[in-house]
Design a protein around this ligand. Sequence first.
Ligand code: PLP
Length: 374
Amino acid sequence: MKVSFYGHVRQYNNIKAEIDANLKEVIESGAYVMGPMLKRFETELATFHGTKHAIGVGNGTDAIWMALMALGIGPGDEVITHANTFFATAEAIWIAGATAVLVDCCPDTKCIDPAKIEAAITPKTKAIIPVHLYGQCADMPAIWAIAEKHNLQVIEDNAQAIDAAGSGFKIGEKSAAATTSFIIQKNLGTFGDGGAVVTNCAEMDATIRKLRNHGSAARNVHSFGFNSRLDDLHAGVLSAKLKHIHAWNDNRRQWAARYTAGLQGARNFTLPVERPGYRHVYHLYVIETKNPAHRDQLVQFLNDNGVDAKTHYSIAIHQQEGYPWGKDARIAGSLENAERNAATCVSLPMFPELTAEEVDYVIAKTKEWDAANA
Ligand SMILES: *Cc1c(COP(=O)(O)O)cnc(C)c1O
């Protein structure tokens, strides 16, 4: 049996009529950039998040640095994030011209460890960018409390966790902004690149609307800006998919529960940890080998048996060759949990359109490897 890592085409086929209708509507309207479909999707996205505003942009990376820029954060300012996120989180800090300060993650959830943040704060610190890694919210109440105490801005990198929730809090609720990515492999993905910023702040909304469109809010009137818009064709795809995202994430949660039940009691790896009361939307289902030397063996064994297992992310940001490429960066304290995560992570196939047969096959092969490595 072959089990792929993504189910993009299965997903398209399941709701083909809805997506095709939106694409046709956009194509026949003649409005392809900043048109009515983008407006419609932005309204739907804001409603979905329970925020006042949503702004479609070119991709999830631009969403982060434009939010930083809108807050006036740039050269000389420090922005705290963690070392085991996808590279773009740190990259966006550098694109904004600020200093990336890397702290460690929690050993269990792999999200930023709030207990490590305060020691990393200096008079130059302006913001914290927690990442809802793998689809589970970071400990936002703890992060918001630190931010409030030290007068820092918070931008949530929500590229991996649309429709996730914490225990008693919502994504973006008390932050300057939350950003997301719509690249196809994310939980809500289009047929290419896309991103968005959601915010309750009218000034952030207005500034990002200008930044994404050559600094222009009115025809022929410009201030310095960029070209980073969400195309209407993508907005049409996303508008169709947004109606299904909650149910799709429920499917992901169901497959995660099946993996966790089936892999219980393994000797050679640990399973993902779900915080009580949190809605984890399993962008990724990541297990960790107890022995780092086992990691590549397990991935190879699964690949050899038709299971497209991957690693997220096997090189932490500060471990990348050439880091930090002349950019301003600082490591705050030990990054041992991030480094262990990089050395031991294995992502099993995870997408809503998996079948029980496929999940059970992945479980069987993973257990087979585990039994052979007593
Ligand atoms: C995907 C991702 C991004 C970047 O999004 P793009 O749309 O690829 O630019 C940023 N942060 C995290 C955590 C991501 O997973």
